[in-house]
Design a binder for this molecule. Structure first.
Ligand code: ZN
Length: 250
């Protein structure tokens, strides 16, 4: 049951004719791992906490740099030099006290990664390097958890959901060549702040869809957009029977 205060706080999304009280309760009961508290993770974490997601783990091993501030809106001038996960957790905790936030201030890998993935309902990948993306994907396959993955650089972005446990494709089905530079990186390519903001915001919407069942998700599909022209398309991602990462995990 939602309290009167919760009913008031979430009234504008509960006003949607097909967004039910049950959906709101599902959000409150949900636990999401957000990997990367940068340009994607900033709007992602803010919108998930604001929507009423009950618990977030915010993971990022980096510290805030001045070059981050034009797009990583969880962090400000006073946070330069501070852990991104700690800075993110402080802002989310102050704005949305109903959301229980824990932070992971080191690079999430190995057994700690497996434990974090196992403990949540869903993982959202907002990182910008391909070894982390493949490791996260494998941890999600192992734990049978859905992975909502976004990337952005220059004026372009991508968003997809990989859900092997429900028969969907995995990240490596999309990018079979591990080692190829598949992740768009703002550090190497540059980006306009709102471009990565749009993708992180869409990623939050996709997580809400996956947690509640509202609307149509991007499971085994990828949304691609170029915000310079506003052109966008959606492509299907087929599961590869010979995929070394997910072939054993039907
Ligand atoms: Zn696969």
């Amino acid at each position: 049951m939602l309290s009167d205060r919760e009913l008031e706080q979430y009234s504008r999304q509960l006003m949607l004719p097909d967004f039910t009280l049950e959906y709101q309760e599902r959000l409150r009961a949900s636990w999401v791992l957000v990997v990367g508290c940068g340009g994607l993770g900033s709007p992602l974490a803010i919108y998930l906490a604001a929507a009423g997601v009950g618990r977030l783990i915010l993971a990022d091993g980096d510290t805030v740099e001045r070059t981050n501030l034009h797009r990583q809106i969880l962090h400000g001038e006073a946070d330069i030099g501070r852990s991104k996960a700690a800075s993110a957790a402080a802002l989310i905790g102050a704005h949305y006290p109903d959301c229980r936030v824990s932070q992971f201030t080191e690079k999430l890998q190995g057994e700690a990664l497996n434990q974090a993935v196992s403990s949540v309902n869903l993982v959202a990948d907002g990182t910008d390097n391909y070894p982390t993306r493949f490791a996260l994907s494998r941890a999600c396959i192992r734990a049978r958890k859905p992975l909502v993955s976004a990337a952005a650089a220059r004026s372009e972005g991508q968003l997809a959901t990989f859900d092997v446990a429900s028969g969907g494709a995995c990240y490596r089905c999309l990018y079979p060549q591990e080692g190829a530079n598949t992740a768009l990186s703002c550090r190497d390519n540059g980006v306009l702040g709102p471009v990565v903001g749009v993708l992180g915001t869409l990623q939050a919407l996709e997580v809400i869809k996956m947690l509640t069942g509202w609307g149509d998700s991007l499971r085994s599909r990828m949304l691609m957009m170029d915000l310079r022209s506003y052109e966008q398309s959606i492509v299907s991602i087929a599961r590869r029977p010979d995929c070394p990462d997910c072939k054993e995990s039907v």
